[in-house]
Design a protein around this ligand. Sequence first.
Ligand SMILES: C[S@@+](CC[C@H](N)C(=O)[O-])C[C@H]1O[C@@H](n2cnc3c(N)ncnc32)[C@H](O)[C@@H]1O
Length: 218
Amino acid sequence: MSDNEMTLTRFEVHGARGPFNAAFFGLMGPFIERHLRPHKRRVLADLPPTVVELGAGVGANVPYLRPGSTLVAIEPNVPMHRRLRAAAERRGVHLDLRERVAERTGLAGQSVDTVISSLVLCTVRDPGEVLAEVRRILRPGGTFRFVEHVAARAGTPTRTLQRALRRPWAWTFEGCSCERDLAGLLRAAGFARVDIEPFRLHTPFVPFNTQIAGIAYA
Ligand SMILES: C[S@@+](CC[C@H](N)C(=O)[O-])C[C@H]1O[C@@H](n2cnc3c(N)ncnc32)[C@H](O)[C@@H]1O
């Protein structure tokens, strides 16, 4: 692997915040899930027998896969792996776990029918690069299904809070930004069609409450 490729594929797990985030999402997962479930049920319906998930975390989306199906999980954050393995085992899902970043999945071009992600494009180093990788690996007609949190409309109180909290938020949640225009990036990424539904959560994590869910077609 060249130095350049090493830099592109490397993910640095922080000694304290890596395990903290694994525990946080393990504990808070059911609360977050309760709020996101109606949207996930829509975009993650009828998943095929093999699914690639970017940033699978501790397995929040495993329940949307049918028992017996295969999850190719691109998850570079090793402290998440134990809980992810346990979630897959509980659901009877075959887990093909890859310690890689979403910018460089290592999967062959046009080899995948469905890619999914939730709450990941906020954290990856370069979401545009990740979307280009998704397009590269999807077969024509394949789908990218996503639920992500995004920047609130400019000038709103939520947007002001997202700006004010950006540093401690990113520090705590390993690079997470609440200020990304992911709908704009998705529409500009060259998919054949992109369906996006914006929605708002009502949780105490206000910067995280502005969300989108949708499906992009390769
Ligand atoms: C906020 S968590 C969401 C986890 C899970 N998808 C969920 O909905 O609960 C963000 C996840 O993205 C992963 N992640 C961060 N940077 C990544 C990258 N470059 N490629 C793939 N996954 C990444 C983190 O390790 C973490 O598991």
